[in-house]
Design a binder for this molecule. Structure first.
Ligand SMILES: Nc1ncnc2c1ncn2[C@@H]1O[C@H](COP(=O)(O)OP(=O)(O)O)[C@@H](O)[C@H]1O
Ligand SMILES: [Mg+2]
Length: 275
């Protein structure tokens, strides 16, 4: 790890050591405190990319905006809030989104779940982990999409995840957001570096813009080991979202699909037991 990286000395969580890292199943939280950096697009596209390679994937939308469903052309009436409240068992709360890809949808109903977690105090950080435990054996990957900010559902997703994938758009405010997020992760001990990997994903890269390339260079300098191949700005990716399709369905031969395939490769390579 680069010695200048703000991630280099994460604190350990009191919960993290004994409960993580069993089997080859991987839990990945796609997260950053800043919005509009490509978190939901990345969570959905990565989940679908892995599913297309025959991996069994559960996509968990922890955001009250609930945009993962619409990006897949779905508007489920059930989801994560039903599971967390105990209203529905996992098999009724989860919907099939694509072959090998299941979805626990987010949405406004998660507001109540968030308040319930807040009322539980420090022990509340394990709520999501406990709720997902019974279904995890069915999957190779559990991928969380998280909301901007650092609410209790995001913290739950981070405590559940082995790996954290952080999309950072090529804007100064996103880099600031990355540093802020790194600070919060350290402070709360929400990531265990002995078990999981932090991936930084440059997003919205525009190779024709000096400012964009300068920020990419900066990330390369400070986060060389954690850095993934960038996702470039792409009209196809934007259009795909409006059609409820992933880039692999909407424009499988496009640059956007190529960029996301590289990410799927990187995540598969990083999975213990699959090297
Ligand atoms: N590589 C990209 N190129 C162009 N548009 C993108 C790209 N990635 C995401 N978008 C679009 O940018 C917007 C914000 O992306 P989103 O994934 O919702 O970000 P977040 O979840 O971080 O708020 C969406 O309209 C999405 O379709
Ligand atoms: Mg989002």
């Amino acid at each position: 790890m680069n010695r200048h990286s703000p991630f280099s000395s994460s604190l350990r969580s009191p919960f993290s050591v004994s409960m993580r890292g069993y089997g080859t199943m991987r839990r990945i939280a796609v997260s950053l405190t800043k919005g509009g950096v490509g978190k939901t697009t990345t969570a959905v596209t990565l989940a679908h990319g892995l599913a297309l390679r025959g991996r069994k994937v559960l996509l968990v939308d922890c955001d009250t905006l609930g945009q993962a469903g619409p990006l897949l052309g779905l508007s489920p009436t059930v989801g994560l809030a039903d599971l967390l409240s105990g209203n529905l068992p996992p098999d009724k709360a989860i919907v099939e989104a694509r072959k090998n890809l299941d979805l626990l949808a987010g949405g406004r109903a998660l507001d109540d779940a968030r308040r319930a977690i807040d009322r539980d105090g420090p022990g509340g950080v394990l709520t999501l982990r406990r709720a997902l435990e019974p279904v995890e054996p069915k999957y190779d990957y559990v991928i969380h999409d998280t909301s901007p900010g650092y609410d209790s559902l995001t913290v739950n997703a981070l405590f559940h995840a082995d790996d954290v994938l952080i999309p950072v758009s090529m804007a100064a405010l996103s880099v600031k957001g990355l540093l802020d997020f790194a600070h919060r992760i350290k402070k709360t001990g929400a990531h265990d570096p002995s078990v999981g990997t932090l991936y930084i994903l440059p997003s919205f890269l525009n190779e024709g813009l000096q400012h964009s390339m300068d920020i990419y260079d900066l990330l390369q300098t400070y986060f060389s080991k954690q850095l993934c191949q960038p996702i470039r700005s792409s009209a196809h990716i934007l259009e795909a979202s409006g059609h409820g399709k992933t880039i692999f369905e909407y424009a499988p031969d496009s640059q956007g699909a190529h960029d996301y395939k590289s990410l799927v490769d990187r995540i598969e390579r990083g999975t213990p037991g699959r090297r």
